[in-house]
Write a protein that binds this ligand. Structure first.
Ligand code: PGA
Length: 261
């Protein structure tokens, strides 16, 4: 795992967008794993800008989102399909047929989860998985006690997740209680993982995810097992990290990051 600390949330989003853009330019057929949430909005805004101003090309790119609420149709304004269409897909030259989210309206949810895994495999697996982190440390909706080898399945949302996401809904009881999510094992199969977190509200959980013991109580700790994982944080989200001087030194000195400083 490599932790990169940027001075501000904007600088963190810039870096994440530039890492994605570099991967996409290197491989136009990239299979990109996507995340939703407030943190990602600024990343998608930058990708849209890179598409408009620097012709970043999404025409051959395939995408798989981490998760979708159970019971919300794609057209529902609170669905993650709607979020993705609004923040990214409708603003770049991606072929919507190449964009995938689990179907939270499927009659047979278990079948839908297996189908999603199969679709990912058929595309050759995920090249780059973008990740946020919840205040309870989830990746996707891998809530506390998610098995570290879990695959795509239905999860009941934890109270802290419900509290975190309820403000997005007109009234808290509109929020679904369950979601389909890629499993921790599904995420760890991605060839590269890129997690972004900003703001003081994430400082405690970022420190636990990066420097704490691996535990199914905090699915993000499983990223410590991944061979190629970058965690991009702003100063505020980095404030509880014990090794920040070392992480800064690596970013400032390692040739891999020359093009990004
Ligand atoms: P946020 O969500 O970006 O809205 O904080 C992240 C997450 O819950 O994974």
């Amino acid at each position: 795992m490599e932790v990169i600390i940027r001075p501000t949330a904007d600088a963190a989003a810039d870096l994440v967008a530039r890492i994605i853009a570099k991967e996409l330019r290197g491989n136009p057929n990239l299979v990109l794993g996507l995340a939703t949430g407030r943190t990602m909005e600024s990343v998608y805004a930058r990708l849209v800008r890179l598409h408009r101003e620097e012709q970043l090309d999404f025409s051959l790119c395939r995408t798989f989102n981490l998760d979708e609420y159970v019971g919300l149709p794609a057209g529902d304004r609170y669905s993650y399909r709607h979020y993705m269409n609004q923040h990214l897909f409708m603003q770049v030259n991606i072929d919507l047929r190449n964009t995938h989210l689990p179907d939270g309206m499927a009659d047979n949810l278990d079948f839908e989860c297996a189908r999603y895994e199969e679709q990912i495999s058929r595309c050759g697996g995920i090249d780059l998985q973008l990740l946020g982190i919840g205040r309870a440390g989830h990746l996707g909706f891998n809530e506390p006690l998610s098995a570290l080898r879990s695959r795509t399945r239905v999860k009941a949302l934890a109270p802290l997740t419900r509290a975190q996401n309820a403000p997005y809904f007109d009234s808290p009881d509109q929020m679904p209680l369950r979601a389909i999510t890629m499993g921790v094992g599904t995420i760890l199969d991605a060839r590269r993982c890129l997690l972004m977190a900003t703001d003081t509200e994430k400082a405690d959980i970022v420190a636990k995810a990066v420097e704490g013991p691996i535990t199914a109580m905090i699915s993000a700790t499983a990223l410590q097992l991944h061979a190629r994982c970058n965690v991009v944080v702003d100063e505020l989200a980095a404030s509880d990290l014990l090794g920040s001087d070392y992480y800064r030194w690596i970013f400032e000195n390692e040739p891999e990051w020359d093009a990004f400083r």
